[in-house]
Write a protein that binds this ligand. Structure first.
Ligand code: MSP
Length: 511
């Protein structure tokens, strides 16, 4: 069995889960389900990022301990994921002992390799805003000459803080070589180019410890320093693989799914750290785009962040999963609107998919008492449907390898439309009238068998709906999770005499 390790970012606990967080997690879940069904030994990791100044401040503002705040938000994530059908194999918290052990070991490895040194970190601080600004941020905001805060335009003061540094600059050429030698290392292509340009521009050593707050993992041997939250956070991918013990069973990860905003951390800092620590690099990092909601950026102050628990009161998990991965090519930005969701659902699911299932099963019951009968020889039109189904299986797998979810769904939908055309062109009602029972049985067999294989391919995206559809086709209570493509993925497994269940609506129209 081939192993397949897929990860999501670990989510900050100073925010409530919204549609942006769900997006990456659903995408990772679809990959995990697809590769499990394909016979892979899948390890799917998600979790939460609990340390750092923001969490410390958010907890202080509420008058509670950081860990209390973390405990509360972690529960929100933990309980949300099952309601979105997320099938993660592990859930990591960065406050766990196993993680502290891994981060400490990571630090020690970097230190031993000579990749860490002590120096001074210089920053700009706005006292009224209580915000630190880097020189670059002041420059970018056009405030460098005035030395004023980009937010409130009051004077900023320079602070000089002792800090450990990671020799990021030493890895510039090695990283460039790696990216050039592994064209699939970063996806999509546009993000790969963005990273190349950034690295070519030069890498400065990275400040990797802080002394101004304490909510984090201490630097081994110098406990007044807290390890920079990104070293802490990125190492989670190794912790879950068993680091610092032998990680070769899981590591390297096959794909880290992330949002475009955290590309630099994953595609620059993380590989350089791993190179310094003498560990293999992840095989692929894929950055998706960002969602707006009804045309507007989601923000806490606007209060328009789409909270998942609210959304789930109106729409079922599978519909949300389908819409998010179908509406926008993975890698591009997109807009979440209720009218677009409704339209996708009504045309592709209620009309096309639901209709194909419903009419096929209805005809089977009306003309053959629900049973598949002996079939005649295949005509060109039948062979073309079988070929389309088999091409879909190959295309979906190829799309999954590139995280092209929208493409996979497009290929599946194309076969659904093909199936509906096949019904029109063969007109089973006319065959029945003419008494051509052999041809009728052949057409119905091809329809039901296509549906079974369509449902299999769709099941990683819509596990519940597909279990419902499969239950009708197989006339048995089968959970899609128990199926493997090796056992059930071939054409022609349904045999003469098999009785299908009665059709029941799976995709009622949305008004
Ligand atoms: N804790 C870090 C990640 C550490 S990974 C080692 C973090 N957390 S986060 O909670 O702020 O964001 C997690 C993910 O949510 C990011 O990948 C980010 O891109 C994603 N999204 C947040 N808002 C989003 C949208 N509006 N749309 C799509 N994804 C968005 O960053």
């Amino acid at each position: 069995m081939q192993s397949y390790y897929v990860t999501t970012p670990i989510y900050y606990v100073n925010d409530e889960p919204h549609i942006g967080h769900a997006y990456t997690t659903i995408a990772a879940d679809v990959l995990a389900r697809h590769y499990r069904m394909s016979g892979g030994d899948v390890f799917f990791l998600t979790g939460v990022d609990e340390h750092g100044q923001k969490v410390e401040q958010a907890a202080e503002a509420r008058g509670i301990q950081s860990i209390e705040l973390a405990d509360a938000v972690v529960e929100r994530y933990r309980s949300l994921w099952p309601s979105l059908e997320i099938s993660n194999d592990d859930f990591i918290r960065t406050t766990e002992a196993r993680h502290k052990k891994a981060v400490t070991a990571m630090w020690q490895r970097l230190d031993k390799a000579g990749a860490i040194y002590k120096g001074f970190y210089e920053d700009w601080y706005c006292v009224p805003c209580e915000t630190y600004w880097t020189g670059t941020q002041l420059k970018d905001a056009g405030r460098w000459e005035d030395k004023v805060c980009p937010d409130c335009t009051r004077a900023v003061e320079q602070v000089k803080e002792e800090s450990y540094f990671f020799r990021l600059g030493d890895y510039q050429q090695k990283l460039l070589d790696h990216i050039h030698a592994h064209p699939d290392f970063i996806g999509p292509e546009s993000r790969r180019n963005e990273v190349l340009r950034f690295v070519e521009g030069g890498l400065r050593d990275l400040s990797v410890s802080r002394t101004t707050f304490s909510w984090g993992i201490p630097v081994p041997g110098d406990e007044k320093h807290v390890i920079y939250v990104w070293i802490d956070a990125l190492t989670n991918y190794l912790t879950a693989a068993g680091f610092p013990d032998d990680v070769s069973a899981q590591w390297p990860a096959d794909v880290h799914l992330i949002g475009k905003d955290i590309l630099r951390f994953h595609a620059v800092y993380w590989p350089c750290m791993l190179m310094a620590a003498g560990l293999p690099l992840p095989k692929r990092i894929f950055a998706h785009g960002w969602w707006t909601v009804e045309g507007a950026k989601m923000s806490k102050s606007k209060g328009n962040a789409l909270q998942l628990d609210k959304l789930l009161e109106t729409y079922d998990a599978d519909t949300i999963r389908y819409f998010l991965l179908r509406e926008v090519p993975f890698g591009q930005d997109g807009d979440f609107s209720f009218s677009a969701l409704k339209q996708r659902y009504n045309t592709e699911l209620a009309n096309d998919m639901g209709n194909l299932l419903n009419r096929s099963l209805s005809m089977l019951h009306k003309y053959q008492d629900g049973a598949l009968a002996a079939i005649g020889s295949e005509q060109e039109i039948d062979r073309s449907l079988v070929a389309a189904v088999e091409a879909m299986q190959r295309d979906v797998d190829a799309a999954m390898q590139r995280q092209a979810f929208h493409e996979a769904l497009e290929k599946i939908h194309a076969v659904v439309r093909h199936g509906n055309r096949y019904v029109e062109e063969n007109a089973p009602w006319a065959l029945f009238k003419q008494g051509d029972h052999l041809r009728l049985a052949t057409v119905l067999y091809h329809l039901i068998e296509s549906l079974r294989l369509i449902v299999l391919q769709l099941s990683p995206f819509m596990p519940k709906k597909c279990s419902l559809m499969l239950a009708q086709i197989m006339n048995a209570d089968i959970r899609v999770e128990s199926l493997s493509l090796a056992d059930s993925g071939g054409w022609g497994l349904l045999s003469e005499g098999h009785v299908c269940g009665k059709p029941a609506p799976v995709f009622p129209r949305m008004d």
